[in-house]
Design a protein around this ligand. Structure first.
Ligand SMILES: Cc1cc2nc3c(=O)[nH]c(=O)nc-3n(C[C@H](O)[C@H](O)[C@H](O)COP(=O)(O)OP(=O)(O)OC[C@H]3O[C@@H](n4cnc5c(N)ncnc54)[C@H](O)[C@@H]3O)c2cc1C
Length: 441
């Protein structure tokens, strides 16, 4: 029987620096085994086998492994169902405790409950820590101890609770000597599954490093709404997979940009909404909004997806998304409003399309953004607010730079005319919403 060890299970926290679960595993004083599971229950469902997120995760696992190899250890990365892989590992190693970071998604909570039960049968502890959010669970509640559903009072309370302690890094580096020395050097990276073995094709893309300059943060408030500028951090994918520490970022934002810090509060806000109100994953937060008779025209939806609506700002956004896996926040709001209100397509269709394409896809934020645009969510835009794409363009892309970058065919005969007339679509949306909401009363 090998030496009793602690196992740290990485999921959306792909870093060794300032990682809460890893810190507690290392602090146990036992040798630590670092594990990542390529979860086939998630991966096998992805339709596009050239997926940026999977490629990103795969390359980050190699980076972590390289760091571990330099310290005489290695990662154990396997492809399968998490509960099966964890069970295998408890048979191969003498695991005393499993440490991991808390995940707010419904699937993740169910998965963790299964793993916890499996481990409990074997007398092994399962410990979760807060790591993805700055404040979570019951840390930010109203005076009557209920979760906030309106952002401004939430963010005020959130800010008042965000002290030096909450943004302090976990000094994992102090304990790196506890990493488990597992295999002889020649075998150390032997078993990270290849993308091909998991039936994925590499795209060969690179991603911006998770660094954010003081200049960008200082100019953030002024620049963040203009999609033609590099005015936002593009850190989404790093925050999603934990290749940057939220605490490091919050410390930097506290010093330079209250506006940027507020965006991190939105991130926590949507985590806590999903955690406290898990029904939002499939249903409107306000149940009467599940009664809107959406038109759901397939052909129109496909034109929206392809960026062929004849509304240049909408098409620019969708083409940016399709080509790069990213879209500017202002344009996300415009295209979402267009899909739901102008075309009267169920917000869940647009949400699913974003989920399949966004490299920074995060269930909590994506669901929050779509329900905001639909008017059905917490603190959502009122249903009668219908973005006018032309006015939005005049305000946020006045010189048409963003549009010309993504819609080079704008002035060619091939570019389609607007697929729906704005005033008619606006009125149709308001009438349809009104009817749907009234029918529930
Ligand atoms: C319809 C719609 C869908 C969205 N889908 C997602 C999604 O799947 N994943 C996602 O991370 N964000 C989503 N957002 C929020 C926001 O658009 C992105 O976080 C932002 O555009 C990412 O670019 P950035 O990293 O440059 O952001 P920055 O402006 O540099 O902000 C820094 C970070 O703050 C967080 N953040 C900023 N704005 C928000 C917000 N409104 N809600 C929650 N977190 C925020 C993100 O983690 C972001 O990376 C969505 C917004 C809308 C309107």
């Amino acid at each position: 029987m090998s030496e009793l060890c602690s196992l740290v299970w990485l999921r959306r926290d792909l870093r060794l620096h300032d990682n809460a679960a890893l810190y507690y595993a290392l602090k146990s004083g036992r040798p630590v085994l670092v594990v990542f599971v390529f979860d086939r229950l998630i991966l096998d469902k992805l339709e596009d086998r050239r997926d940026r997120r999977v490629e990103f995760i795969h390359s980050e696992i190699h980076k972590i492994n390289n760091e571990l190899v330099r310290m005489g250890s290695r990662i154990v990365a396997r492809y399968g169902r998490p509960v099966d892989i964890l069970k295998q590992l408890t048979e191969e190693y003498s695991v005393a405790d499993v440490f991991t970071n808390y995940d707010y998604e419904v699937y993740a909570k169910e998965r963790d409950a299964d793993v916890k039960a499996m481990l409990a049968e074997r007398g092994i502890g399962f410990h979760t820590s807060k790591d993805h959010a700055l404040l979570d669970g019951d840390e930010v509640l109203t005076g009557s101890k209920s979760p906030y559903t309106v952002f401004t009072p939430y963010s005020n309370k959130w800010l008042s609770k965000l002290d030096g302690f909450q943004v302090k890094s976990y000094p994992t580096e102090l304990y790196f000597h506890h990493f488990l020395q597992t295999l002889p050097p020649s075998n150390r990276s032997a078993d990270i599954p290849t993308l091909e073995a998991m039936n994925f094709q590499p795209l060969g893309e690179s991603y911006p490093d998770p660094v954010v300059s003081a200049e960008l943060l200082t100019a953030y408030q002024k620049m963040r709404d203009y999609p033609a500028q590099t005015g936002t951090s593009e850190l989404g994918i790093h925050l999603r997979f934990g290749t940057i520490s939220i605490r490091d970022l919050a410390r930097q934002a506290t010093e330079t940009s209250p506006t940027f810090l507020k965006e991190l509060a939105w991130r926590d806000f949507y985590f806590q909404v999903l955690d406290h109100f898990p029904h939002v994953e499939k249903h409107a937060f306000r149940s009467n909004y599940d009664n809107i008779p959406f038109r759901n025209n397939e052909t129109e939806f496909q034109r929206w997806c392809a960026g062929e609506t004849g509304y240049p700002i909408v098409d620019a956004g969708m083409r940016q998304l399709n080509q790069t896996g990213w879209m500017h926040n202002r344009v996300r709001m415009i295209v979402a409003s267009f899909c739901i209100k102008h075309l009267l397509i169920d917000w869940r269709w647009g949400e699913a399309y974003f989920a399949s394409k966004l490299r920074d896809f995060d269930l909590a934020a994506n669901n929050g953004g779509w329900q905001w645009a639909a008017g059905s969510g917490v603190d959502a835009a009122p249903y009668f607010r219908v973005f006018n794409p032309k006015l939005q363009t005049q305000k946020f892309d006045p010189k048409g730079e963003y549009i010309h970058r993504w819609v080079p065919d704008l002035n060619s005969p091939n570019y389609p005319p607007p697929m729906v007339e704005h005033s008619m679509a606006r009125q149709r949306a308001i009438d349809t919403y009104r009817k749907g909401l009234a029918s529930k009363e």
